[in-house]
Design a protein around this ligand. Structure first.
Ligand code: CA
Length: 362
């Protein structure tokens, strides 16, 4: 008897829930008829660029799916609407609604922006995401970008990058003196203090410059993207890296446009940007591991930096930070927020992850 009564009441509950769902469905459909939002999103990447470019395309598709096609994001590869490194200004001015790129490209606008991309000996991707999401990083980033009418979201992370491809082996400090290396950002400034001559080259020109010996070395990203550039054919020494331990990729909106979006759409975009952020890290991990195996088959020599160079680079970093802090109040403020968080995280990562890796691989 009791069981039958329970079944009857649960059937009734089920029917009322179903009715509730139907009503809900109806009203959602009704609201959706009036809404169509088109978003013009430009990237700094070439068309069909692996991992980063593909990740943005997938994000756009997922937003359309999640909004029943109310929100349509049109993704433009570099130079289709604006030049690769013109996306910041174009979005700030409202010529495009959003862009996907990396904050280290904008250090000329504001020295502090390079810190949101990462720094030598800095955060790993896990530590960086922790700082951004729970340590106040996103808040201070958004405060500074607001001055440029921009609103950044996390849009991916490369994970630890390789130190680069060298035509000659680096056995000691003196081997670095006067070497011409393509290396941008704070990493380039640190390497400059070690005697390297950092140069900037567009992506399309690096291979030829390395082949002809116009440059002696280049960094790029990691095995997955480096193998496609073909550097292993012209420089056989491949060094582990400290200059970009977890570089941030950004999905940034024109702030006026972002503020105009309905809250439910903002929530969907934030959720799917977080999905893109996470998936890009896992995709890099997967593709880097596979490409590394391939590079080994090609006879690439995997190298670690001599300890004296690592120690000198750590000292050089602190000099660079001091110089930048003297020049820029914003850089100083962001660094003051980063430094204690960095130290605190190092203690935990070292005790937890580093010790585990040493046990596993040692
Ligand atoms: Ca790089």
């Amino acid at each position: 008897m009791q069981r039958r009564a329970f079944l009857a009441s649960s059937a009734a509950l089920g029917a009322s829930l179903l009715a509730g769902c139907k009503r809900e469905e109806k009203s959602t459909l009704h609201i959706s008829r009036g809404r169509k939002i088109h978003i013009k999103l430009a990237t700094s990447w070439p068309a069909n660029f692996p991992i980063m470019g593909e990740g943005v395309e997938e994000f756009a598709k997922r937003v359309a799916e999640a909004t029943n096609n109310e929100v349509q994001i049109k993704v433009f590869a570099k130079n289709l609407l604006v030049p690769a490194l013109g996306v910041f200004d174009a979005c700030s001015a409202g010529q495009i609604d959003a862009f996907h790129s990396g904050p280290y490209y904008w250090k000329g606008k504001n020295a502090a922006f390079s810190l949101f991309g990462g720094f030598p000996f800095g955060f790993t991707s896990t530590e960086m995401n922790a700082w951004m999401m729970y340590g106040g990083g996103l808040d201070i980033w958004r405060k500074l970008y607001a001055k440029y009418n921009l609103y950044p979201l996390l849009g991916g992370n490369t994970g630890v990058q390789m130190g680069g491809w060298f035509r000659k082996e680096i056995k000691s400090f003196s081997d670095l003196k006067g070497l011409k290396m393509r290396i941008p950002g704070l990493g380039g400034e640190v390497m400059a203090k070690l005697g390297i001559n950092p140069v900037l080259l567009p992506a399309g020109e690096i291979y030829t410059a390395l082949d002809r010996g116009t440059i002696d070395a280049t960094e790029w990203v990691g095995p997955a993207l480096d193998i496609k550039m073909g550097f292993y054919k012209v420089a056989k020494y491949y060094y582990s890296g400290f200059h970009e331990p977890g570089s941030v990729l950004e999905l940034t909106f024109n702030k006026k446009f972002w503020d105009f979006l309905p809250q439910d759409i903002q929530t969907i975009i934030i959720s799917l940007a977080n999905e893109m952020n996470a998936k890009m890290i896992y995709n890099f991990q997967d593709k880097n591991a596979k490409a590394l195996q391939q590079l080994k088959k090609f006879g690439v020599e995997l190298k670690e930096w001599p300890q004296e160079i690592v120690e000198a680079a750590k000292k050089a970093l602190m000099t660079v930070i001091q110089e930048q802090s003297n020049k820029s109040q914003d850089f100083k403020e962001v660094w003051q927020q980063i430094e204690p968080y960095w130290m605190q995280n190092r203690a935990w990562t070292s005790l937890g992850t580093k010790n585990y890796l040493e046990m596993r691989d040692g």
